[in-house]
Structure formats: structure tokens, C-alpha cells
Design a binder for this molecule. Structure first.
Ligand SMILES: *Cc1c(COP(=O)(O)O)cnc(C)c1O
Length: 398
């Protein structure tokens, strides 16, 4: 079976993890800080804060931005549930705005027209790896006093040429306040489970670090509540202060060793994925009632897309075949596919909260009826890529 996604682990990765396991540190040790430094440098961000997974990264970003009960969070529905849940878990209300039809990311026109008082954060998702229009979304959000959190769980390794022509790596986009990454095995690079938040803001970085470790501050000169010197300010290696409770969202040292090793191969992974995308695009170009992925105008010029998913839009109704039948026919030929995603605003939790108007996001719902994700991972052989192309053509023509 050729799965729709798969990690690429080689001997370097295995050796790096084995070395970490033989060292003095299993959890927070020198490799965590080394991974953060290397990742920040790779993105062109001032800070990178490693954490347990992508969901934790989004949740920490929300908390660092001060989002909580009584606030609103805006996002779009073509994404994994975690993009919206990160806001909901803080007690905030989540508002869904429809996606644009080219890249399926948050539509800035909808966001602007439907903006709600009390919105404190916007989560813009880089669906399939294609960056959202962060330059415009950032103007809208920041202009109204909200922070922009980029959900880059799909787009690590990509870059965007801005409207001024300058090229920025994902994780270091100047229009975004914080960027959240996932290192789950199906994503472009992996640490098993793992995540990262990047930011250029010192204050946000400090809050992210504190909140991932129970809310503890260990540097006596940073003690806040009791002043310094105060009853808790006695200096010593045991001293810590907790201004507000946080989580245990730490990444381990051996996962960071894997992250460092994977990061060195990131550009190669992105390049190989782009080659497979180009091969698929060619294979499906002449198929009637099938659309291949498109690139939006705001990702022109020197932009380089770090594709995570290859999603076809197939007019199953006009072809007279059900999606489930296509999935089954491909599975019989040893090809795994997936549907990304059931629009999140249609999930029972959000339907209950949103009422009737949460049920009318037509671009997202139309896309959902047509989408199908094909296998895309760097370890696929040329034969496997060809096999997928042939099988999809045969099944959709039959
Ligand atoms: C994978 C993913 C997440 C969550 O990441 P985990 O590491 O699985 O917690 C969030 N948002 C998007 C878009 C994702 O694809």
C-alpha cells in the first residue's frame, strides 16, 4: 500500500536519536535549545520555542496573545480541527469565515466584511502548504488590534515573495505575529510528535517559554509579583515564581535531536515534494472534470511552496461516481488517499455554538464535496508516482 503521507527517516536520524538517548538528558537538555536556534535561523525569525505538538503550539500562541473567555477568534474551516480548537480551548468564541477558491485559505474579503467586535486573534492556515494571503490578512487583523497567528503545520520549508518583491521564509513572515508548526510524522519534517512557535517579539517569546513549562519563571531578576528582593526572591538554584498557571508542553531532547537531523534535510524534502507535484500536474492536466492545485497571485515571483498535500478537485457528480467508490477502487490498486478536510464549522461542537449562519460557507462546502488527497511524500519512487498517476487516470476515466 502506498500511503497518502509518510515520514522519511534515514540512518542519520536514527544515529542522532541514539546519541541523545545515551546522553545525560532525556527531556529538556542542550538539544532543545540547539533545535530552536537552528529552526529560528532557518526561518529568519528572532525566536523559536519548541513544544509537544502542533496543537500545543497553536494553544500556546493563543495564550501568549492573551486570548481567553470573552474574546473572539477568527479562522477558516478547511483545516484540521486543532486550528479552531486552540481558540475554543482558551474559552474564546470561534468565528468561521469562508475560504477563497484558489488556495482554500482564509478569504481576506470575508474576514474584513464579517469582522466581529472583540476579535483578539486570527488564525490563518496555509492549507496543503500554500501560504494564506498573510500580507493582507495581517493588515486587517493588526489594523483592528488583533494578532495574526499563522498555522504553518503544512507549510514548513516554503517561502513567500511579498508585494514588495522581498522573499521571506515561512516562520519569518513580517506580517504575522506568531507561526505554529507541527512535526507529526505525516508533516514535511518530523520529531514523532512535536511542534514549534516562531516570533520576532521578545515578550511573546518569553510568555511562550513560560507557558510551556507550567508557567514557571526561574530567573530571580524576572520575578514579578513580589518584587525583588521579596519573600520568593531568595536567589538559589531552586527558586522559581509562577505568575500564572501553564502547561507541560515541553519537547524532549531526543525528539529535538531528530528535529535537528530532519531540519538539515528539509530543503531536500520540499524539493522532492515539488517534483512529485509537477509530475502529478502533468499526469492530470487533460482529465475532464478534474482540477489540479493552483497557485494564488499573492504567491507569485520568487515564492516557493512547500507542498504538504496534493489535493485534486474532482466533480464526482458530473462524472457519475461517488468519492467513496474512487477511494475504494484506488485502495484495491494499493493506493491510499484521504479527504482533507471535513469543514470544521460543520462539526457538532461548532454547529451548536454558531447557530444557523455557521452553516453557510459555500466555497468551503463545495470544495469539501470535491477534494481528494493523493500520496505525497519524499520517499516515493518514480515508479510509485507513475503508478498513482496511472491508477487515478484509469479509475476516473472508467
Ligand atoms: C497537524 C495539524 C495540526 C496539529 O498538529 P499536531 O502536531 O498533530 O498536534 C494543526 N493544524 C493543522 C493545519 C495541521 O495539519
Amino acid at each position: 500500500m502506498i500511503p497518502y503521507g509518510r515520514q522519511s527517516i534515514d540512518q542519520d536520524d536514527i544515529d542522532a536519536v541514539a546519541e541523545a538517548l545515551r546522553s545525560d538528558f532525556l527531556t529538556t537538555g542542550p538539544r532543545v535549545a540547539e533545535f530552536e536556534r537552528a529552526f529560528a535561523e532557518d526561518c529568519g525569525a528572532k525566536h523559536a520555542v519548541a513544544c509537544a505538538n502542533g496543537t500545543a503550539a497553536l494553544h500556546l500562541a493563543m495564550l501568549a496573545a492573551g486570548v481567553g473567555r470573552g474574546d473572539r477568534v477568527a479562522t477558516s474551516p478547511i483545516t484540521f480541527v486543532a486550528s479552531a480548537n486552540a481558540g475554543a480551548l482558551t474559552g474564546a468564541e470561534v468565528d468561521f469565515h469562508d475560504v477563497e477558491a484558489v488556495a482554500l485559505s482564509l478569504d481576506p474579503d470575508r474576514l474584513e466584511a464579517e469582522w466581529r467586535e472583540g476579535t483578539k486573534a486570527v488564525v490563518a492556515v496555509d492549507y496543503a502548504g500554500h501560504p494564506a494571503d498573510h500580507e493582507r490578512i495581517g493588515q486587517i487583523a493588526r489594523g483592528r488590534g488583533a494578532v495574526l497567528i499563522e498555522d504553518a503545520c503544512h507549510s514548513v520549508g516554503g517561502s513567500v515573495a511579498g508585494r514588495d518583491g522581498a522573499r521571506h521564509r515561512i516562520g519569518g513572515l513580517p506580517w504575522v505575529d506568531m507561526t505554529a508548526f507541527s512535526f507529526h510524522p505525516v508533516k514535511t519534517m518530523t520529531t514523532g510528535e512535536g511542534g514549534m512557535v516562531t516570533t520576532d517579539c521578545d515578550e511573546l517569546a518569553e510568555r511562550l517559554r513560560r507557558l510551556r513549562n507550567h508557567g514557571l519563571v526561574r530567573e530571580t531578576d524576572r520575578f514579578t509579583e513580589f518584587g525583588n528582593p521579596g519573600p520568593l526572591a531568595e536567589s538559589g538554584p531552586w527558586a522559581y515564581e509562577m505568575p500564572e498557571p501553564g502547561f507541560n508542553y515541553r519537547l524532549t531532547d531526543f525528539q529535538s535531536a531528530l528535529g535537528l537531523s530532519q531540519l538539515r534535510k528539509l530543503d531536500g524534502f520540499v524539493k522532492r515534494r515539488a517534483e512529485i507535484v509537477a509530475t502529478y500536474d502533468e499526469a492530470f492536466a487533460d482529465l475532464p472534470l478534474v482540477e489540479t492545485p493552483r497557485i494564488a497571485a499573492w504567491c507569485g515571483g520568487d515564492s516557493r511552496i512547500g507542498w504538504h498535500l496534493y489535493v485534486l478537485r474532482i466533480d464526482f457528480d458530473a462524472l457519475g461516481i461517488r468519492r467513496a467508490q474512487v477511494i475504494e477502487a484506488l485502495a484495491r490498486r494499493g493506493i491510499g488517499t484521504q479527504v482533507h478536510y471535513i469543514p470544521v464549522h460543520l462539526q457538532p461542537h461548532y454547529r451548536r455554538r454558531g447557530g444557523a449562519d455557521s452553516n453557510s460557507l459555500p466555497v468551503a462546502e463545495d470544495f469539501y464535496r470535491r477534494c481528494l488527497s493523493l500520496p505525497l511524500w519524499p520517499g516515493m519512487t518514480a515508479n510509485e508516482v507513475g503508478e498513482v498517476g496511472e491508477a487515478v487516470r484509469t479509475v476516473l476515466r472508467g
